[in-house]
Design a protein around this ligand. Structure first.
Ligand code: FMN
Length: 176
């Protein structure tokens, strides 16, 4: 799929997934797109656990009991390492976000769907519980979780504001 088509067709999808298994080479290709994302000082602070074992998927779904997590054929767990890399600054969150967007575009290009789960990890101790299940060291944070599968329902687009309301050439336009 052409890059701009993938950008247009990427939508956060919260429906169910078909039972089709995801080949490991697709999962590798998808996560490789994340590894190739930019990162502050090229520190590459984001790491990933790809969960495709049904028992482990069920353990995580018991914590995050939501349709796309329950029905996902794989979960890509994105892990941030908050360490200073430039003048005492950490870019771990930005690094993770850049990797996730690449991953979302790659999986869209291969005909899969996902949803960026982030806020929901940061409540009710969810991120820590998933970190423990996966053996992630305490020094790292489970920051974003991406359920992956072939969508079994229509993937719908959210409305985006038009270019003129969010972007300008040469000068900010105050639209109030
Ligand atoms: C930082 C961030 C956090 C998000 N957290 C969640 C979340 O916890 N649960 C969820 O269902 N969607 C979450 N989303 C997805 C957004 O709701 C979604 O991107 C937004 O509604 C726009 O829809 P679109 O991705 O289809 O364009 C998050 C997205 C971002 C960028």
């Amino acid at each position: 799929m052409d890059l701009f088509t993938a950008i247009e067709q990427r939508h956060c999808y919260r429906g169910g997934f078909t039972p089709d298994l995801i080949p490991r080479d697709h999962l590798r290709q998808i996560v490789q797109a994340g590894l190739q994302a930019p990162s502050g000082c090229n520190a590459q602070t984001t790491t990933f656990v790809i969960v495709d074992d049904p028992a482990r998927l069920a353990e995580i779904a018991a914590i995050l009991d939501r349709k796309p997590v329950r029905e996902a054929r794989a979960l890509i767990v994105c892990i941030a390492e908050h360490r200073p890399v430039y003048n005492g600054l950490s870019f771990a969150v930005e690094d993770c976000a850049a990797a996730v967007e690449n991953i979302l575009l790659a999986l869209t290009g291969l005909g899969y769907a996902s949803v960026w789960l982030d806020g929901v990890l940061r409540v009710n101790d969810h991120a820590r519980k998933i970190r423990k299940i996966l053996g992630v060291p305490e020094t790292r944070e489970v920051r974003i979780l991406l359920p992956v599968g072939r969508p079994s329902e229509p993937v719908t687009a959210r409305e985006k504001l038009p270019f003129e309301k969010r972007a300008w050439f040469n000068q900010y336009e105050n639209l109030t």
